[in-house]
Design a protein around this ligand. Structure first.
Ligand SMILES: [Zn+2]
Length: 196
């Protein structure tokens, strides 16, 4: 999906995004917490729109910064390094100026640039999926136990996870590789006391 002030009015464009946010469970962004969502909120306020229904935010820049040490966390660097494509090249600020002047060719490049950004970001999401902390729990959408990160039912029991309350069954997802654990203890504190 693509929209811009070249094909819609600013208000129509902002309302379209507001509707999408209203119906989504989660967004996936690259620096969305500090950039995209704040810019959008500012526009919602200016257009007198109420806050959209609450949604979860998966900010891949936070995952890159929090879980890895790369020389750069720029999306272009990361996609090149992981061999999953690269950003569409453009003339820099000149492109924005041409778009503001209503240049059709510039708008075609802008559209291509933005659509490609979403596609390469999706590849980064897939690549770092098992590393994302606090990913929305996919188990809540499934009747039987599945991977809490990707929703796959291909889980393998791999050891136990022990907390101060008890012992839980630990699983690794054979599809995405992320780790999860049972919600119920398999060996609780009461049993530990009884055993002692
Ligand atoms: Zn998984």
């Amino acid at each position: 999906m693509f929209d811009s002030v070249h094909q819609s009015s600013p208000r129509e464009m902002i309302k379209g995004i507001h509707e999408l946010l209203n119906e989504c469970d989660a967004t996936v962004t690259y620096n969305g917490i500090n950039f995209d969502h704040k810019h959008l909120n500012a526009q919602f306020l200016l257009h007198k729109l109420k806050p959209p229904a609450p949604y979860k935010t998966i900010d891949l820049l936070r995952t890159m910064k929090g879980r890895f040490k790369f020389p750069s966390n720029k999306l272009d660097y990361i996609t090149r390094r992981l061999n999953i494509g690269k950003k569409t090249e453009h003339q820099g600020m000149e492109l924005w100026q041409k778009c503001m002047a209503g240049n059709k060719a510039a708008w075609r490049t802008m559209r291509e640039y933005n659509e490609n950004d979403v596609l390469i970001m999706e590849e980064v999401y897939k690549a770092v999926l098992p590393w994302i902390k606090s990913h929305p729990n996919m188990n809540l959408l499934s009747e039987d136990r599945c991977c809490s990160t990707c929703g796959s039912h291909s889980l393998q029991k791999r050891g136990n996870s022990i907390s101060s309350v008890g012992t839980y069954q630990r699983y690794q997802c054979l599809t995405c590789g992320s780790w999860s654990q049972s919600s119920n203890t398999i060996f609780g504190r009461a049993k530990i006391k009884a055993a002692a």
